[in-house]
Design a binder for this molecule. Structure first.
Ligand code: BGC
Length: 378
């Protein structure tokens, strides 16, 4: 409505100057509130400055992001009484994010999110070996994935932060110089949108995702077992004992993996050895942006929808959290199932699974992925 009004009142100005500044003005809401964008120093990694950027939308939703790992350090959304709360796990300072056992808290993950079996794949007749950093398999890009590198940040507008990273040929064993851009945008309808693009100069596997740990109770409930989850997925990819897909695509119907209607996460988790840590095959018709999951926490009333262009969704129920992480926000103990991740992705181990959707990016092509985490309360 606001946009329409602006169009009639100042159409000429709008048409002649669609730049970041005018985009910012259009981002006011009807009560005249605006977006704000602030930044503050957050420390140094390998001699490089780390900055925390905080974006606030007109209705008060707020996200803070650092250029170390493209990590979200805070995500404030309102509950049904309009009280804001932080819905992700995190640490008080950079020291927390740098601890060795930090399990990818809220970071951008790549070059290949999730696992590649035995850290090996063959591409164009060449054999590649990656770090076997997880039971001999490669997890989340290897020893130093994109969660542990310093990205270059640029403010695009009061509602958008662009992060760039050039992943060099051979880095962590992957072929090709991969030039990556991730844009975080806080939308007017309380969405945190991430737009990824990437190009390469040699064929390479790619699977970028965001590893946010959500607990919609904002600290009131120590686990997510009472959250209700729904996923638009009739099928999932079963895994072996080290979480590598068997190659089978199985029906969820009649199993604890069935979230086609909203279900409490704790209801059948005991029947899943280790807890939920699987890739669901989304019922999407194409690679358009679709709503694929909803999460609800009834006490706070907070609701989160996940929208994505990707074919898969890793639902990880925080099984490996064990209360031992240090420097946590407010000294909280992050126990088993303290939070969950809904990682939009291509299927794990796709480079070794010919029947899974393609994850190879070739020179001349552009990798594109959009995901939105959208918040409300009821
Ligand atoms: C994986 C888990 C892993 C976790 C790391 C998830 O994406 O599926 O197996 O432990 O990331 O925090």
């Amino acid at each position: 409505m606001k946009k329409l009004f602006l169009l009639s009142a100042s159409a000429l100005t709008l048409f002649s100057c669609i730049d970041n500044e005018s985009a910012d003005k259009m981002e006011q809401n009807d009560s005249g509130k605006k977006y704000s964008f602030t930044e503050r120093p957050y420390g140094k990694v390998e001699g490089k400055e780390i900055t925390e950027y905080t974006l606030t939308n007109p209705s008060g939703m707020q996200v803070s992001i650092i250029n170390y790992g493209g990590t979200v350090t805070k995500l404030m959304t309102k509950d049904k009484k309009d009280t804001p709360g932080n819905v992700i796990l995190g640490y008080d300072t950079l020291t927390g994010y740098l601890q060795k056992s930090n399990p990818y808290f809220n970071a951008l993950v790549g070059r290949y999110g999730n696992r590649i079996a035995a850290g090996k794949f063959t591409l164009d007749g060449n054999n590649y070996t990656l770090a076997g950093n997880n039971n001999g398999n490669s997890l989340h890009g290897g020893n130093k994935g994109y969660d542990k590198v310093v990205w270059t940040a640029k403010k695009l507008s009061d509602s958008s932060l662009q992060l760039n990273y050039l992943s060099e040929d051979g880095e962590e064993g992957y072929p090709g110089n991969l030039s990556i851009q991730a844009i975080y945008t806080l939308t007017g309808d309380n969405g945190l949108k991430i737009d990824y693009t990437a190009t390469t100069d040699k064929a390479t596997p790619i699977n970028l995702t965001s590893h946010c740990y959500f607990n919609l109770s904002a600290g009131a409930d120590s686990t997510i077992l009472n959250h209700e989850l729904q996923m638009a997925a009739d099928k999932y990819t079963p895994v072996n004992d080290v979480l590598i897909p068997t190659g089978q695509i199985a029906d969820v119907k009649g199993t604890p993996m069935d979230f086609t209607t909203a279900k409490q996460i704790g209801k059948e988790i005991a029947q899943v050895p280790g807890g939920y840590d699987h890739n669901w095959v989304l019922n999407k018709k194409d690679d358009g942006l679709e709503k694929v999951a909803s999460l609800h926490e009834s006490t706070s009333g907070r609701m989160m929808e996940v929208w994505t262009t990707e074919p898969g969704l890793q639902f990880y129920s925080g099984n490996f959290l064990d209360g031992t992480l240090t420097n946590t926000k407010d000294g909280k103990k992050y126990v088993k199932h303290a939070a969950l991740c809904l990682e939009t992705q291509h299927f794990p181990d796709s480079p070794n699974q010919p029947s899974f959707p393609n994850t190879i990016l070739k020179p001349g092509e552009t990798y594109r992925h959009t995901t939105v985490y959208k918040f409300s309360a009821k």
